[in-house]
Design a protein. Structure first.
Length: 316
């Protein structure tokens, strides 16, 4: 099979029939063998009923419905697990991503040997204040932190070699950072393609300003995981040991000075009346806690089980 198209969605009943026809037209025109995987992430409208009718109409269409809304990352994870195509394309269901871009993305994977190609919505039709400017700031921070130099991390239109999606673990809200996860997994041939961005035709965006706040928090998480995810003791243990040693040495210094002054007959205040003593004691306590956090992190890594992150209600 040439292409698997993975489409996570939430309450997109109006756009699904038009999107399906558009995809089918492009696939038939280029004579691709394909499958379309619609992942219904807990829609409360008639999205699943529409997907069922599309499955009956076109044997290349498959559907997965979650019991409730688990998030885009979990939807992509379910789609990736079932994708059989040599090239896996992800796109949003709101018609803002153009299926006409699929052949160009496919060729970049198969002919130019990229592992992953990310779309770049260079000309956007979103609100400048609430989306464009925050997006530019977010992408700048992501480039500086991750070392992956893409202009649009948030673009849902991406193409992957099948081997990539089978070896990248997408969890939490990490769908924005799949290129970073791919790089950390050893897939270094990451490209970018300018793609058409269309104005939303039906409904409203499911993402608000909170996605950028969550995005920055996820960026910190992925920075930590990429460097210390497999060795938390190297970070927490190092800081903990440093703080404990500094606190211990400071306490020792206070006690030695006190003993010297007592021996020479100088009147001194009690050790416990010295503010430096409490600073040193606090430093030792925090250092011990950080060291234990690193130690517990190492234990968890070695004993954790892969937990089910979502539950599937139906599958077509």
């Amino acid at each position: 099979m040439n292409i698997s198209i993975v489409i996570p969605l939430l309450n997109e009943q109006e756009s699904l029939p038009e999107l399906h026809q558009w995809i089918k037209k492009v696939m038939d025109q280029h004579q691709y063998t394909y499958e379309v995987l619609f992942i219904d992430d807990g829609s409360t409208d008639r999205s699943w009923a529409v997907i069922e009718s599309l499955c009956q109409e076109n044997p290349c269409v498959k559907g997965i419905r979650f019991f409730r809304n688990y998030g885009k990352s979990q939807a992509l994870h379910a789609g990736f697990a079932r994708a059989q195509g040599d090239v896996v394309i992800t796109m949003d269901a709101d018609l803002q991503d153009s299926p006409d871009e699929i052949p160009g993305l496919y060729k970049m994977i198969t002919e130019e040997n990229y592992d992953l190609v990310s779309g770049w919505k260079k000309k956007r039709y979103d609100n400048v204040v609430t989306k464009n400017l925050p997006s530019k700031l977010f992408n700048w921070a992501a480039r500086k932190t991750s070392g992956v130099y893409l202009n649009d991390f948030n673009c849902g239109l991406k193409a992957y070699r099948n081997l990539v999606v089978k070896n990248v673990e997408v969890s939490g809200e990490m769908h924005r950072y799949i290129p970073v996860l791919a790089k950390n997994a050893g897939f270094n041939r990451i490209g970018e393609k300018v793609v058409i961005h269309q104005a939303r035709k039906y409904g409203e965006s499911k993402f608000g300003m909170s996605r950028f706040i969550n995005g920055f928090l996820d960026l910190i998480t992925i920075w930590f995981l990429s460097r210390y995810g497999k060795r938390p003791m190297h970070l927490f243990g190092a800081f903990g040991a440093l703080m404990f040693v500094l606190g211990f040495l400071s306490t020792g210094f206070i006690i030695v000075v006190k003993l010297i002054k007592l021996y020479t007959g100088f009147h001194t205040i009690l050790v416990t009346d010295n503010p430096l003593f409490y600073i040193a004691l606090t430093s030792m306590i925090i250092g011990t806690q950080l060291f234990l956090a690193g130690f517990l992190g190492e234990i968890i890594l070695r004993t954790k089980n892969n937990e089910e992150r979502y539950k599937i209600a139906e599958e077509r």
